[in-house]
Design a protein around this ligand. Sequence first.
Ligand code: ATP
Ligand code: MG
Length: 421
Amino acid sequence: MYQKVKGTQDLFGIEAKKLHFLETKIRTVISKYGYEEMITPIFENTDVFVRSSGEESDIVSKEMYTFLDKGNRSITLRPEGTAAVVRSYLENKLYASGNLKKFYYFGPMFRYERPQAGRFRQFNQFGIEAFGTSSPLLDADVIISASEIFKALGIENIKLKINSIGDFASRNNYEKLLKGYFGKNIDHLCLDCQRRLENNPLRILDCKVDKDNPIIQKAPKIESSLSKESKDYFKEVLKILDDFKLKYEIDQNLVRGLDYYTDTVFEYILESKDELGGLAICAGGKYSDLVRSFQGPDIPGIGYAFGVERILMIMDQQNLFPKLEDKADVVLIGLDPESKKKTLLLAIMLRRAGYLSELDYLSQNLKPQFRLADQMQAKFIIIIGEEERKNKVLTVKNNSTKEQETVSEDRILEYLKEKIK
Ligand code: ATP
Ligand code: MG
């Protein structure tokens, strides 16, 4: 027997419908915020992701699905959405108008990670990116849009964590401070962090292995290194969130795993006591230098990404999906070969009119055909036999009241329209 690749999933039946339900809700909310969909390829030249995430990031250093294609090009299945959106924004000169540009994406991402609850090797992300404006108002709007999505989905127990990692000068100062501090404690750090100390000490704060290590928890905080501008900017963002009554917690160890963030960074995490508690559902931040580092103009951006499978798990847990199974409006029953053909023609006509219509393609016996109607919880059953054909009528049974009526063929649409609201 063939098996799916480790860390991937098959979605079918209700599970597939849940994904679509959620996707539709999210698209509805975000389009009202003026975001337009950006669909980029599932794979890109490997450089695109290396440029954006940085050689030292977990994504680039250990999680990418990278291969040589038959033309010997290094190709990578996208591990995240931002890099490709920036690449496309520049390649298509979408900055030319000089306006703020807002994009969203929805689709599969690929990371070679150890599969566990809420962590897959193929998973879906929904994310947004806004390019062209640097303003605490925009930052707040972006953060609030994520909270509005949680609201629209009915999800509770979500906590917003926020921090500022400052501009580049602030970060440089802070990195020096951290190098000194962690340098003295290097023996207490995991091997990855020992390596990070040289190249990117900020990442030590973000370490998954060492997250409860007191050495990390007691590290100097970034606030002391922020420039006045960065401090004021952050205060302003927080003030708008306060005005909007959006609760948050400032987490000075929140630095995000990627190189390109500046100033505002944030995460929405689930507060619960089970295995999902503390899991990040949405993560993002402002990036002042990413577009330029792609050899583009000096244009700031801000964005976030949601882990869609994690939303699905929470919605299951909190019982937030409506009934999604498809019930048939009509099941058609034919009692002889000629009538069977007629049920097919009629079914197609009813489907065109918007009714979910189904028939048994094999049997002319009543029993299996009624069984199908039960399985599909059909609202109405239409029966066609020799008698009906001769008189150009249909026998229509209301499957809940069990009442049966004779309806003339050419009145069936009117009849259903009246009965099925
Ligand atoms: P984590 O800390 O959980 O590894 P991350 O910092 O790598 O997350 P991002 O790159 O910021 O995650 O991606 C944004 C969101 O995508 C995460 O908050 C999470 O909800 C989701 N996500 C990331 N990796 C996976 C995965 N392997 N499987 C499912 N969802 C994921
Ligand atoms: Mg990760």
